[in-house]
Design a protein around this ligand. Sequence first.
Ligand code: ATR
Length: 269
Amino acid sequence: MTDRYAVVGNPVHHSVSPRIHAAFAKQTGQDIEYGSLLAPIGEFPMVVERFRTEGGRGLNVTVPFKLDAFALATALTDRAQSAGAVNTLKFGGREALGDNTDGAGLIADIARLGVSLGGKRILLMGAGGAARGVVLPLLEEKPALLAIANRTVQKAVALAEHWVSRGAIRGGAYHDFAGERFDIVVNATSASLHGDVPPLPDSAFASATLAYDMVYGNRATPFLAAAKSCGVAHLADGLGMLIAQAAESFYLWRGVRPDTVPVIEMLRR
Ligand code: ATR
């Protein structure tokens, strides 16, 4: 029988996850069906329960339900626990395993770009849910420094203090990093979605810096355009991360790791 999976969110119609997983299934020969579920706000547990009783095997969870999925899970992976949010659920009997594949997706995509994180100076912009999901996976790559800059300074400082025992990490305001250079600058703010650029000092960029925006779109995001105007040549948006986190979910469900590269090429076209 064909196993059923889906992405659940609100809104969800724009999600490319069904196309990604259909491509993975074709590539790996896995017999799965992957759809999308619109859950009304406040009805996430009911929508999940219905999907399970109809034989659903797993879900990807998107905005705004990642905390609801965390609460619903009966067991959590370490990375979901450390992110404080769940983007993948795997069902077995009465169990609902909650995982978070966002950080692994970012790490895998940066590796695909040929950039290593060990010993590097990384600046992470933002201290919301997107940033929280990637802090520990970034620290585990043993950078020389993981700096976190945020508009609301206290959130960056608190996030850095939380993980200080796990590696070289420092939080502050954007201007606190004036005069410092970084090998990798990751935009985990939602500023690009509003057409804004976080107030990062130009000094953060060197010509060899990788500028990575977790947001993606048809055109360069405002952050990537700003990095380019500072002379940065190595620019990446979040499409690769989106596909890599989906590949991690697929692996959790099916035990098979799909190749992300052809799927990135397909969606770029
Ligand atoms: P998410 O869960 O997607 O990370 P969030 O929790 O609302 O969303 O966090 C959004 C992040 O983008 C925050 O770090 C926010 O900064 P504040 O904590 O100061 O609000 C950041 N952000 C949003 N718009 C921004 C802008 N125009 N300039 C700089 N940072 C911005």
